[in-house]
Write a protein that binds this ligand. Structure first.
Ligand SMILES: [Zn+2]
Length: 110
C-alpha cells in the first residue's frame, strides 16, 4: 500500500534549541548553510544528521487499510550542537498521510 503525504491545516512543526546549553548552532546546519551560500543547495533545505519517522502500526492485519484512510505520522530530526557537542532532537513534525490505491502485491507494511 502506498501512502501519499498531504498538507493539512493541523500539521505541527516545533523547533528546539540544545537542551544542555541553549544554542541553536548545529553541526549539519552549518555544513548545509555553507553549501547554500555557494548556491549548491536551495534555501529551503535544512542540514540534518538523522531523521526518525514514526507512524501508527498495524501489527496484526485485523484492520484493513482502505485507500483514502488517514493515518497520523511524523518525523523527529536530530543533530549535534556545535557549541557543546550534545546530540539532540531539534525539530518534530506531526502530519497526516492518506493511503492511496494499492500498487501490486501487499507487503504486509502500510
Ligand atoms: Zn549545546
Amino acid at each position: 500500500m502506498e501512502t501519499e503525504k498531504v498538507d493539512m491545516a493541523d500539521e505541527i512543526v516545533k523547533d528546539f534549541p540544545c537542551p544542555k546549553c541553549g544554542s541553536k548552532d548545529r553541526f549539519m546546519s552549518r555544513i548545509a548553510q555553507k553549501e547554500k551560500d555557494k548556491g549548491v543547495l536551495p534555501e529551503g533545505l535544512i542540514g540534518v544528521l538523522e531523521v526518525r519517522s514514526i507512524t501508527v502500526a498495524n501489527p496484526k492485519p485485523v484492520i484493513p487499510y482502505i485507500p483514502g484512510m488517514v493515518k497520523p505520522c511524523g518525523n523527529a530530526y536530530f543533530d549535534i550542537c556545535f557549541e557543546c557537542g550534545t546530540y539532540y532532537c531539534f525539530r518534530v513534525e506531526e502530519s497526516m498521510a492518506i493511503l492511496s490505491r494499492q500498487q501490486g502485491m501487499p507487503t504486509g507494511h502500510p
